[in-house]
Design a protein around this ligand. Structure first.
Ligand SMILES: Nc1ncnc2c1ncn2[C@@H]1O[C@H](COP(=O)(O)OP(=O)(O)OP(=O)(O)O)[C@@H](O)[C@H]1O
Length: 302
């Protein structure tokens, strides 16, 4: 299967700071990928490298089926919506569309006009006079008019209110189902992920901490609840992501897909994506990456 984004040994250093390091990742095409992590984790850096706006200090990155990031072939296939949507506030919406047409080899003008009409965004209005939600929709329209194979968005939801956020994500999902475009977007809105993403990447401290299909990640983790005095023995049997204990009871979030994982006297609970992602973000030394799983009893370490 071709990869939407593939990196090997990718690193980016700004002065003494490694914004991203040792990043080897293969995100298969055809997914809606949520890229999450705390402030300063390296999300924008990873996306900038994938788009070709930054050059790697180490390693390489290929996009949309093996095209070197930033190459002419990649620029044709990839559309990017930046954190601050790169729109000229003094130009009208129609001017932005004209600019898009002249800058891109592939350009679906009809679709762009139709989309803006559906959204009731007047073509003659200056971009600076639009609401934040409307500006985001214009940026998405420009990106989709390229008919990209891969659409990359850096925190598209950050400035949007809940209704605009919902409308934006619905528009994105429609584009995914109509065009089959692969989408990678970074977000702090972890609660949204479960509804829209089928693949998730967690980055923390410049390193990839989690990468995988949502369904597999959720099926492969459970919370085991039982007596605290047995918790050490149970923790020896499974890779533990999070260990919470009171005097009487322990709650261990473990990486185990075995349906019989719960030892006698212990209960097993399923876990949702939001809780799973937050648990990893709170435990930076834990990781869930493709490849051999950690041995039972091994603390999952990067
Ligand atoms: N141009 C730059 N010059 C110097 N340091 C930078 C630069 N860009 C990013 N960094 C540093 O690299 C690290 C990763 O930054 P990055 O913007 O990729 O994180 P992020 O996960 O996107 O953060 P946020 O969620 O806050 O947007 C941070 O420590 C940041 O300060």
């Amino acid at each position: 299967m071709s990869a939407a984004i593939e990196t090997s040994g990718l690193g980016k250093r700004y002065g003494r700071t490694w914004a991203l390091r040792d990043c080897s990742l293969a995100i298969p095409a055809g997914h809606v990928v949520g890229l999450v992590g705390p402030n300063g984790a390296g999300k924008t850096t990873l996306l900038s490298l994938a788009v070709g706006l930054a050059t790697p200090t180490t390693g390489q990155v290929r996009v949309a089926g093996g095209r070197p990031a930033g190459s002419a072939a990649a620029l044709d296939a990839v559309a990017f919506v930046a954190q601050e949507a790169a729109l000229y506030r003094n130009l009208s919406v129609a001017d932005m569309l004209r600019m898009g047409r002249s800058l891109n080899r592939r350009w679906d003008a009809e679709r762009a006009r139709g989309r803006l009409a559906e959204l009731d965004i007047p073509p003659g209005r200056k971009v600076g006079a639009l609401s934040g939600g409307q500006r985001s929709q214009v940026a998405l329209t420009l990106a989709l008019a390229k008919r990209p194979e891969l659409l990359i968005l850096d925190e598209p939801l950050a400035a949007l209110d809940p209704v605009a956020r919902h409308d934006f994500m619905s528009a994105l999902m429609t584009a995914v189902s109509e065009d089959g475009v692969s989408v990678v977007f970074s977000s702090h809105v972890v609660a949204e992920l479960e509804r829209v993403c089928d693949y998730v990447v967690v980055v923390h401290g410049g390193r990839i901490q989690v990468s995988g299909e949502v369904e597999e990640l959720v099926a492969g983790h459970h919370v085991l609840t039982g007596p605290s005095d047995q918790a050490d023995a149970v923790a020896q049997r499974f890779p533990v992501v999070r260990d919470r204990r009171t005097f009487a009871q322990a709650h261990l979030l473990v990486r185990a897909s075995d349906p019989d994982a719960a030892p006698p006297g212990w209960q097993r609970h399923a876990i949702g994506l939001e809780e799973l992602v937050l648990a990893y973000i709170r435990e930076p030394s834990a990781s869930a990456l493709p490849g051999p799983k950690p041995a039972p009893g091994e603390q999952v370490a990067c």
